[in-house]
Every structure is written in structure tokens, then in C-alpha cells.
Design a protein around this ligand. Structure first.
Ligand SMILES: CC(C)(COP(=O)(O)OP(=O)(O)OC[C@H]1O[C@@H](n2cnc3c(N)ncnc32)[C@H](O)[C@@H]1OP(=O)(O)O)[C@@H](O)C(=O)NCCC(=O)NCCS
Length: 193
């Protein structure tokens, strides 16, 4: 049995599910933002924010929006107005549902983001790694910036970035994933992020 993996734009009906995923991932770290702030990030850049479905199920999401290098959203409030023009795209948030982790779904979302960023002429992607996730990000080509932890993201947070690389017309394509076979499927035929 296989279930189709689909990455698409976020719809209004997704927000309860996204808020639930976000809360489960970040409330234990004291970093949960709540719906108003999350929606404001997506409203600032709908074309770089995605929902990921596995079959009929919301399996994860990704929020990215333009921010100048070294800047990042304040976690305790919504975006204040439109994002300033920037060649740096900030990957603010990515979550995959707990029971669907370790199947390559986050990497699939990241490849999609990378292709989208290149198509929109972003030159760099930044993020704030939290919860000890910087090894995941360094494995995806992100490098830590020196300096203190970004304000408001906890004492172990690390600001990281990577270039988007050369422009390409290639985009991620629909895939199917065996429901019971974790890992190994998502890299087939797609460039690494
Ligand atoms: C981080 C996250 C998005 C990864 O999703 P995923 O779909 O399981 O990731 P992938 O399957 O593509 O990659 C898994 C690999 O990434 C690495 N990895 C995943 N999470 C990691 C973490 N928190 N720290 C270090 N490495 C991690 C591991 O090497 C893992 O390999 P394994 O499956 O052999 O153990 C998911 O764990 C999650 O939603 N976490 C909660 C939210 C979060 O921390 N987001 C990032 C904040 S900056």
C-alpha cells in the first residue's frame, strides 16, 4: 500500500491542524507561537509556505518568508506589516507529525522550498535552529553563524544559513511513499537540499 505525498499551498482549513502540530512540537520548549502569529507569517509570503499531505492526512508544514540576513521573526507577536524585500528567505518553521518522522518528509519539504527559493531568485535561506536540531540542518548544508543565540528562541538556539545554489528549472515532483517503509524513498530522483 502506498500513500501519495503532496506539497501544496496552505489553505484556511489547514490552520487548526497546523496549530496543533506546532503546539505539540514547540510548547514543550516554551516556543509555541499560536495561530495569529503563525498565520501572519504565512500571510506575509503565501508562495513560500506549504502544507504537506500524506494521503488525505496533513503530515506537516513549512513556513518561510523574506527577512534580511541576521533578522528573524519575534516569537511573541505577529508580523507587523508586509515583509521587506530581501534576497534572503527565512525558513521560520518546519514540523512533521511525530508518527510520520524519519521517512524523509522534512527533506522532501526542504527540497521543494529550495526549488521555490531559486525560482523566486532568493540567494540565501536562513533559519534559527532550536531544540538541538542544528545537526539536522548542518546535514542539509546550513552553516551556523557565530554570535549569541537569537533573542527569544531559547539559550541553545543557533542562527544558520546556506546559499540556494545555482538556478535550475527542475522542480520537485509528486512521489508516493510506502506507508510502512520509513526512509530511503524521498531521495529518489530529486536533488538534495
Ligand atoms: C526536524 C523534523 C522536521 C524532521 O522531520 P523528519 O521528517 O523526521 O526528517 P527526515 O525524515 O527528512 O530526516 C530525518 C533525519 O534528520 C535527522 N534529524 C531529524 N530531527 C533531528 C533533530 N531534532 N536533531 C538532529 N537531527 C535530526 C536525523 O538524522 C534523521 O535521521 P534518522 O531518521 O535516521 O534518525 C521533525 O523532527 C520535527 O518536526 N521536529 C519538531 C519541530 C522541529 O524541531 N523543527 C525544526 C526546528 S528548527
Amino acid at each position: 500500500m502506498t500513500e501519495a505525498v503532496r506539497i501544496r499551498r496552505i489553505a484556511d482549513a489547514d490552520w487548526p491542524g497546523i496549530v496543533e502540530l506546532e503546539s505539540r512540537a514547540y510548547a514543550p520548549l516554551g516556543l509555541s507561537e499560536g495561530r495569529e502569529a503563525l498565520e501572519s507569517r504565512a500571510d506575509a509570503s503565501p508562495g513560500t509556505c506549504f502544507a504537506l499531505d500524506l494521503g488525505e492526512q496533513l503530515a506537516g508544514y513549512l513556513l518561510a518568508l523574506p527577512y534580511p540576513e541576521s533578522a528573524y521573526p519575534e516569537l511573541n507577536g505577529p508580523e507587523r506589516g508586509p515583509s521587506p524585500a530581501s534576497r534572503n528567505l527565512h525558513l521560520h518553521d518546519i514540523v512533521v507529525a511525530e508518527h510520520l518522522r524519519h521517512r524523509g518528509l522534512a527533506r522532501h519539504l526542504l527540497r521543494h522550498l529550495m526549488a521555490t527559493a531559486r525560482a523566486h531568485a532568493y540567494e540565501q535561506i536562513s533559519l534559527v535552529a532550536v531544540g538541538g536540531s542544528e545537526t539536522f540542518w548542518s546535514g542539509r548544508g546550513f552553516a551556523a553563524h557565530p554570535g549569541p543565540p537569537p533573542a527569544g528562541y531559547g539559550p541553545t538556539a543557533v542562527y544558520m544559513s546556506r546559499t540556494t545554489g545555482p538556478s535550475t528549472t527542475r522542480t520537485t515532483r509528486p512521489v508516493t511513499v510506502p506507508a510502512q517503509e520509513p526512509e530511503k524513498w524521498a531521495d529518489a530522483g530529486a536533488p538534495r537540499a
